[in-house]
Design a protein around this ligand. Structure first.
Ligand code: IVH
Length: 680
C-alpha cells in the first residue's frame, strides 16, 4: 500500500466508523454487526500504527482511549459557565413567572427539560470537529479533559449536515445506573473504595489520567445549551437542529405555555424519574425565545431567563426491627438496619446503611424505633432521624458487638478510624472469601473463568482456603461441583455447575495466570493498603519477593509514596509464618515473584531468530518484563532500530524518531497485545 493509498483508506475508515458509531449511539439504529464494526476499527488502528503521520487527531480510534494526561491544562471559558437559581415549590415557579411578565410585559413560551445529575461540560467544535472539552471548574476557568471526553461514544468527534463553522455546545456528562453498578461491583472485588453515587463516579472518571480506563467506565452525555452563530432565534429549534448534526439531545423536552403545563411536567417526572436509567435531581425551566432571554440577561451567578426546580429527597417513616453486623473483605464490621418493608422512591426498602458505631450513637436510635429513611443521590437508603415522640416503651438499646459475628475474634479499632475491624484476616470466612475473589479479579490475576460465584463454591466446598490452593486444583477435584441459588434480589433461581468445558477453561486460566507480572501478583495478595499503584512502586524498588520479605519499615518508607501505614502493613503481613508458607507454595507453582532477568527460565522458542526493540510505556507489562518474555521465548533484544530488527513493540509516548525509522525500514510495528499473540 502506498502512502497515498493509506491516506485514502484511513480517511474512508474514519468517516465510516464515525457514521456507524453515530447510528448506534445517537440514533439507536445500527446498520452493521458489532463484529463488522470491530473489524473496521481494528483495520484503522493497524494503519494508524503503521502510518502515524496520517492519523487524524479526531480519529474514532481515540474512543478506545490510551492517551495519558499527566496534568489537565486550565482553559478560560468562552462565556462563563453559570449555574441556575433553585426553586422548590409551585409558589416559587409562579414568582419566577411573575417577575418575567413584569420585566417583558408578556408570559413567554417556556421549555422544560430534565435536570441531569452529572458533571457540566463545554464542547468546542470548529469545522465540524471536536477540538476541546472543558469542565466547569470555577465557572470562569475549567480543566481541558478532551482526551477523556473523546472516549464517550455519544459525543460526536465529527459532525454531519449543515453546522456552524465555530460554536460551543454545553451539557452534562453522567454515568448511567447500569455502568455505575458494574463499576462499584468491580471496585468492591478489587478492594477499592466505592463511589457514593453516579455523579461522583462520573466526576472521578473524567479526571483519570489514563483515557483507556475512562473508556471502560462507560460514561454518557446529554447536551442542552448552544453558544455561537446559530441557525434559529430560539432554544428549542436549535436543539432539534443539533440533534441532526449528531448530538445526543435528550427526548424529554416539552414546550410549555403556562404554569399548569410546567407543573404537569414537573409532577410527571417526579414520579417517572425512578424508572429512568440515569439520575436526575429536578427540572430546568428556560425561556425559549433568544430575544426575550437577552432582554432579561444574567445576574452574577445565573441567567434570569431560566430556573431549576429541585425534587425533594423522598423520606418515609418505618420501624427499625433489627440490626445485622456484616463483615467485609477487609474485616470492617458494618451495621445494617433491617426495616419493616416500606415503599420509597419506587422500590421496596428492607435495609438501610448505618455506616458505623459513631453514627448509631449520634442518631441515638434504639431497636423498635420509628425511623426516617431517605434516598438521596446514594444508592443505599440511609436512616436520617428518629421519631422520638413515637418511641415504644419496649425500645431496646443497640450494642455494637465486641466480637466478630462471623468468627468470634475480639474486634479492634485503629486510632482515628471509625470502623471496628476483625483482625482475624486468615481465618474469618467472609474475609477469606473476599481475598480469594480479589485474587482472581481482572486487575489482579485475571482468572476470569472463576468469576465471583464459582470462587464462592470452591471456598464453600473446602477446595480453596488460601490463594495458593488455586494452583493445586485438578480436573477431578472440580468436575461435577454445583450449587443452587434460590430466587431473590431480582434474580431468578439458578444452578451453577462445573461441566467439562467450564473446568477446562478454569484450569487453563489458572495456568495462564502464572505469567502475571510480579507487581500484579503482589497486588493480588490483598495486603491491606497495598493497591495497584503501590504494588508497582514496591516492585520497582525491591525487585524480588526475597528482598521485600526482609525489608524493614525504615527501608520501605524510603520508597516514593510509601508511608508508615503501608510499611507497617507489609512487614506485619510477611512476618506471619502462614504467609511465608503461602509465598513458598506460590513460588513452587511457578508464579512470578521477581522482575529480574532470569535466562534459566526459558519457556519456549517461538521467537527464535527474531530481533526486537521495545519502546514506550505499556499497560500490562513493564519494559523489562517484556524484554524478559522475549528472551524466555528465544528472541533477542536490541536497543536501536536497524535493518536487522524484525519487530518494534510500540507503547505509549515512544520516541517519534524510532517510529519514523521503523516506518522507513518497513519494520513490523506491533502492540503489546499483538506481541502476546505471538508467544501464546
Ligand atoms: S442549562 C446558562 N439545562 O445544572 C444555563 N443545565 O444547577 C446553563 N444541568 O450548570 C444550564 N441539566 O450543570 C441546563 N437541562 C439542563 C440541565 C442543566 C443539568 C446542570 C448544569 C447547570 C446546573 C445548575
Amino acid at each position: 500500500m502506498t502512502h497515498e493509498e493509506a491516506q485514502i483508506r484511513i480517511d474512508w475508515l474514519s468517516r465510516e466508523i464515525e457514521r456507524h458509531n453515530n447510528l448506534y449511539y445517537a440514533e439507536a439504529a445500527p446498520q452493521i454487526s458489532d463484529y463488522e464494526f470491530d473489524q473496521l476499527l481494528s483495520e484503522l488502528q493497524q494503519l494508524e500504527m503503521r502510518y502515524p503521520d496520517l492519523a487524524h487527531p479526531d480519529s474514532p480510534t481515540q474512543r478506545v482511549g490510551g492517551a495519558i494526561t499527566k496534568e489537565f491544562a486550565t482553559v478560560k471559558h468562552s462565556t462563563p459557565m453559570l449555574s441556575l437559581a433553585n426553586t422548590y415549590s409551585e409558589g416559587e415557579i409562579r414568582d419566577f413567572n411573575q417577575r418575567i411578565r413584569k420585566a417583558v410585559g408578556q408570559s413567554p413560551e417556556y421549555i422544560c427539560e430534565l435536570k441531569y445529575d452529572g458533571v457540566a461540560i463545554g464542547l468546542r467544535y470548529s469545522g465540524g470537529r471536536l477540538i476541546q472539552a472543558v469542565t466547569r471548574g470555577d465557572g470562569t476557568r475549567g480543566d481541558d479533559v478532551t482526551q477523556n471526553v473523546k472516549t464517550i461514544h455519544s459525543i460526536p468527534l465529527r459532525l454531519k449536515g449543515d453546522f456552524p463553522d465555530e460554536f460551543e455546545i454545553r451539557g452534562e456528562i453522567f454515568m448511567p445506573a447500569r455502568s455505575f453498578e458494574n463499576l462499584n461491583r468491580q471496585r468492591e472485588i478489587d478492594g477499592e473504595p466505592l463511589f457514593a453515587n453516579p455523579r461522583n463516579a462520573a466526576a472521578g472518571s473524567l479526571k483519570l489520567q489514563d483515557s483507556a480506563e475512562v473508556a471502560h467506565r462507560k460514561l454518557d452525555c446529554f447536551l442542552y445549551h448552544l453558544i455561537g452563530d446559530l441557525p434559529f432565534q430560539n432554544h428549542y429549534d436549535n436543539l432539534m437542529k443539533a440533534r441532526e448534526w449528531g448530538f445526543n439531545i435528550p427526548l424529554f423536552i416539552a414546550k410549555c405555555q403556562n404554569i399548569d403545563d410546567i407543573m404537569a411536567f414537573i409532577n410527571e417526572w417526579d414520579q417517572e424519574r425512578h424508572n429512568l436509567p440515569f439520575d436526575i435531581d429536578g427540572v430546568v425551566i428556560k425561556i425559549n425565545d433568544y430575544a426575550v432571554q437577552e432582554q432579561l440577561g444574567f445576574t452574577a451567578k445565573s441567567p434570569r431567563w431560566a430556573v431549576a426546580y429541585k425534587f425533594k429527597a423522598e423520606r418515609v417513616a418505618t420501624t427499625l426491627q433489627s440490626i445485622s453486623f456484616q463483615v467485609g473483605r477487609t474485616g470492617a464490621v458494618t451495621p445494617v438496619a433491617n426495616l419493616e418493608p416500606v415503599l420509597l422512591a419506587g422500590t421496596t426498602v428492607k435495609r438501610a446503611s448505618l455506616h458505623n458505631a459513631d453514627i448509631i450513637e449520634q442518631l441515638a436510635v434504639k431497636l423498635g424505633d420509628r425511623v426516617y429513611i431517605e434516598k438521596g443521590g446514594e444508592i443505599i437508603p440511609k436512616i436520617v432521624g428518629v421519631d422520638f415522640s413515637a418511641r415504644p416503651s419496649h425500645a431496646i438499646d443497640i450494642h455494637f458487638p465486641e466480637f466478630c459475628p462471623e468468627c468470634n475474634t475480639q474486634l479492634t479499632r485503629n486510632e482515628g478510624e471509625a470502623a471496628w475491624v476483625c483482625p482475624n484476616e486468615d481465618e474469618c470466612p467472609p474475609q477469606i472469601k473476599g481475598k480469594l475473589e480479589h485474587f482472581v479479579s481482572r486487575k489482579a490475576m485475571n482468572i476470569d473463568s472463576l468469576g465471583e460465584g464459582k470462587t464462592e463454591i470452591l471456598f464453600e466446598k473446602g477446595l480453596v482456603k488460601n490463594v495458593a490452593d488455586f494452583y493445586d486444583l485438578t480436573f477431578d477435584k472440580l468436575i461435577g461441583l454445583e450449587k443452587d441459588y434460590p430466587a431473590g434480589d431480582g434474580q431468578k433461581a439458578r444452578t451453577v455447575k462445573f461441566r467439562e468445558k467450564t473446568v477446562e477453561n478454569i484450569l487453563q486460566a489458572i495456568d495462564q495466570s502464572k505469567q502475571t507480572p510480579f507487581s500484579r501478583v503482589l497486588f493480588a495478595l490483598g495486603i491491606r493498603h497495598v493497591g495497584e499503584t503501590t504494588a508497582k512502586k514496591i516492585v520497582q524498588a525491591f525487585g524480588t519477593i526475597e528482598r521485600l520479605q526482609v525489608a524493614t519499615v525504615a527501608e520501605l518508607i524510603v520508597v516514593d509514596e510509601i508511608g508508615e501505614k503501608i510499611a507497617n502493613s507489609l512487614t506485619a503481613w510477611f512476618a506471619r509464618p502462614e504467609h511465608k508458607e503461602m509465598v513458598e507454595r506460590l513460588r513452587a507453582s511457578g508464579l512470578k515473584l521477581n522482575i529480574e532477568q532470569n535466562p534459566a527460565q526459558k519457556t519456549g522458542n517461538k521467537l527464535e531468530g527474531n530481533t526486537f526493540v521495545v519502546s514506550g510505556v505499556f499497560k500490562q507489562f513493564s519494559r523489562d518484563e517484556l524484554k524478559n518474555l522475549i528472551e524466555a521465548h528465544g528472541g533477542k533484544n536490541v536497543s536501536g532500530v536497524s535493518a536487522k530488527t524484525n519487530y518494534l513493540i510500540a507503547g505509549e509516548n515512544m520516541g517519534p524518531a524510532k517510529l519514523e525509522k521503523a516506518n522507513q525500514l518497513q519494520i513490523k510495528i506491533i502492540s503489546e497485545e499483538e506481541f502476546l499473540d505471538l508467544i501464546n
